[in-house]
Design a protein around this ligand. Structure first.
Ligand SMILES: Cc1cc2nc3c(=O)[nH]c(=O)nc-3n(C[C@H](O)[C@H](O)[C@H](O)COP(=O)(O)OP(=O)(O)OC[C@H]3O[C@@H](n4cnc5c(N)ncnc54)[C@H](O)[C@@H]3O)c2cc1C
Length: 389
């Protein structure tokens, strides 16, 4: 016989976004059901790069994480199709993590705060109007509010709008886990390894994650790009290559509808230049959880989406800035110029690494920096005599 359980809030997806939402809502006094089709620990295809910005959100929402969960790396090397563009020392260090362990800790914190554990359970049906879901075991969960934090292929977004993202506007990425090479650990970014994207080599505790990713529509031969990248990196043969979409700057203007809020990848909150999504997932999840607490305290569940969008506005503004700037970095005729500018100009190189590290926001770049970059990249392309050497 089917059973119905009532909560203040249902959160679908217990990744960084869903765990943050459930934790904040439970701490705010709501009864929360945290649902995930996976039982934790589970794998998630990801470079596991944790920027300074992401660490700030993690500290604020989850508090101190267990020692060893984040692995420090203090050098970043930039490349273009293998050619060395320069090395930057990271102070503070950049961090990497294994998502299997990392996500299990975050979900554990949400459950520890009192969220009811519905992980390892699949969703059979969603009724967005009633904010009710049915699990495959037949149990029905009902609540005044529902948060969809179920990743790039979000069934919640699909239930609202027919599809989660426009496939032509998001990215696809391929990754392998490889043994760590001997020598000092250096995190590498290869700006020429994919179109409208890049290749990465992230040292982690006990291994290395190598990958390439870029806008799916611009990379019909991503498999060949990956093979080239692995060969240049000297990776051993036979590594298992896996692929996954990431919503590279394609986000709906309103992150939800009615009594449904979307957070993290489900809301398209991934940096369109760096591909970073963990920090925005934690931040947006926490904002969605706080919006639910406030709306239910006001006895106005219908106001949750408005409260959430007010908090999300600066994130959307930052992603829009990045989406404009990425034309200068990734557009075909300019991409090689950007790489050369990075190799020749220490200030541009430092700024790019600071963006990657999350030590600087796009808003901090200022109009002056963008204009200087524009002059350096675009004006030579318009010069009939060609670029100056
Ligand atoms: C190859 C690759 C490399 C990346 N590298 C980085 C990086 O180095 N740094 C970085 O910051 N970001 C990186 N990202 C992006 C990052 O992985 C995401 O932005 C981040 O995981 C988003 O968190 P989330 O909680 O929104 O979604 P997810 O982490 O995807 O979590 C969604 C959860 O929802 C669950 N779920 C899905 N469907 C259902 C369903 N039907 N029913 C119930 N549960 C469901 C899933 O099991 C999962 O646990 C990378 C992405 C890719 C693909």
């Amino acid at each position: 016989m089917s059973q119905t359980r009532r909560f203040d809030l249902i959160v679908i997806g217990a990744g960084p976004a869903g765990s943050a939402a459930a934790l904040v809502a439970a701490q705010g006094g709501l009864s929360v059901a945290l649902v995930d089709r996976a039982a934790f620990p589970r794998d998630k295809l990801c470079g596991g790069g944790i920027s300074g910005r992401a660490q700030g959100h993690l500290d604020r929402v989850f508090g101190a994480l267990p020692g060893g969960l984040l692995h420090p790396v203090s050098q970043i090397r930039l490349r273009h199709r293998g050619a060395d563009l320069g090395v930057q020392i990271c102070d503070p260090p950049f961090h990497t993590t294994m998502r299997r362990a990392f996500d299990a800790v975050l979900a554990g914190r949400a459950l520890g705060a009192g969220a009811a554990d519905h992980t390892g359970q699949r969703v059979r049906g969603i009724d967005p109007d009633a904010a009710a879901i049915t699990l495959t075991c037949g149990t029905q969960l009902e609540a005044p509010l529902l948060i969809g934090a179920d990743g790039v292929n979000s069934i919640v977004a699909r239930r609202l709008w027919g599809r989660a993202h426009d496939p032509a506007r998001i990215a696809f990425a391929l990754e392998v886990e490889a043994p760590a090479p001997p020598g000092p650990e250096v995190l590498e970014i290869d700006l020429g390894a994919a179109h409208w994207g890049y290749g990465w080599s992230f040292p982690k505790a006990g291994g290395l994650t190598l990958g390439v990713g870029g806008l799916a529509a611009r990379n019909p031969a991503l498999g060949a790009s990956m093979a080239d990248y692995l060969a240049r990196a000297g990776a051993p043969d036979g590594l298992r290559i896996r692929g996954h979409h990431l919503p590279f700057g394609d986000f709906p203007a309103i992150a939800g509808e009615g009594r449904v809020l979307l957070a993290g990848d489900a809301a398209g909150l991934v940096d369109p230049i760096t591909g970073e999504g963990i920090g925005w997932a934690v931040h947006s999840g926490a904002l969605a959880g706080a919006a639910a607490v406030r709306a239910l305290a006001e006895d106005a569940p219908g106001a949750a989406l408005r409260h959430y969008m007010a908090g999300l506005a600066p994130v959307h503004a930052e992603l829009r800035r990045a989406r404009m700037l990425r034309r200068l970095i990734y557009a075909r005729p300019l991409q090689g110029r950007f790489a050369r500018a990075i190799a020749r100009n220490a200030a541009i190189q430092r700024r790019y690494v600071q963006l990657l590290q999350g030590e600087r926001d796009y808003a901090d770049l200022g109009a002056g920096s963008v204009l200087r970059l524009l002059r350096r990249l675009v004006l030579p392309a318009l010069d009939p005599l060609g670029p100056r050497r």
